[in-house]
Design a protein around this ligand. Structure first.
Ligand code: C5P
Length: 222
């Protein structure tokens, strides 16, 4: 049985969260969704009435916020200052604002430190995000970049966000994810694999096949 660190990065809509969580569950590992932490700072700053463009104010907030980050893949309940924010961090308002927070380098330093502490607390873990293979855990035992062509990513995100997949909802989703990826790319490079990182293209894979592909990579470890 595998007991090490698996780091998985990828753009929005690549399916990396669903795949990572399922892999953690099957291998009995902990699971860390680093994107949820950026979303938590975003929501927290918005609720506290902090101007998200005010870099110093957001930095201070990130330092002092009391955030409980779950690592059980089956129980992803995020608690900020005693408040369950699990669902609230997924609202469009947070998705539209999160890049402003993620490009704040002081916030990144704070969250990366917290993420590295979580990894170090128990080792065996799957962590997932934009910079986990390169910055948070560059020494992970397995490092994977999950990609998917733009059409599949738009289709997946649209199905996640909207009850009805129509040309209108597809077009809305398309511009939202490409805007977010463009802003996110300025701080973390997740569009192409860094040295030593395995690329897994999931464009033509369903969830089950993508999970199997990751498990195969883990099994093939020397
Ligand atoms: O993965 P998810 O879409 O939930 O991530 C939300 C946002 O958090 C991303 O758009 C990005 O701005 C930020 N993020 C990041 N670094 C990570 C994970 C997420 O900057 N490792």
């Amino acid at each position: 049985t595998f007991t090490g660190v698996i780091a998985i990065d990828g753009p929005s809509g690549s399916g990396k969260s669903s795949v990572s969580r399922a892999v953690a569950q099957r291998l009995g590992l902990r699971y860390l969704d680093t994107g949820a932490m950026y979303r938590a700072v975003t929501l927290g700053a918005m609720l506290a009435g902090i101007d998200v463009e005010d870099q110093a104010a957001v930095e201070q907030y990130a330092h002092r916020m009391e955030l409980f980050v779950p690592t059980d893949p089956q129980r992803q309940i995020l608690v900020l200052e005693g408040r369950d924010i699990t669902d609230e961090i997924r609202t469009p308002a947070v998705s539209l604002t999160v890049s402003a927070i993620a490009t704040n380098l002081a916030v990144r330093r704070e969250l990366i430190t917290r993420q590295q502490q979580i990894v170090a607390a128990g080792r065996a873990i799957v962590l997932e995000g934009r910079d986990t293979t390169t910055v948070v855990a560059p020494d992970a035992d397995v490092r994977i970049l999950i990609t998917a062509d733009e059409d599949s990513r738009i289709a997946r995100r649209t199905a996640e966000l909207h009850a009805e997949v129509s040309s209108t909802t597809m077009a809305q989703t398309s511009s939202q994810i490409s805007d977010r990826d463009r802003r996110d790319s300025t701080v973390a490079s997740f569009q192409s694999a860094a040295e030593g990182v395995v690329t897994l293209d999931t464009s033509h894979l369903n969830l089950e096949q993508a999970i199997d592909a990751v498990l195969d990579i883990v099994r093939e470890l020397p």
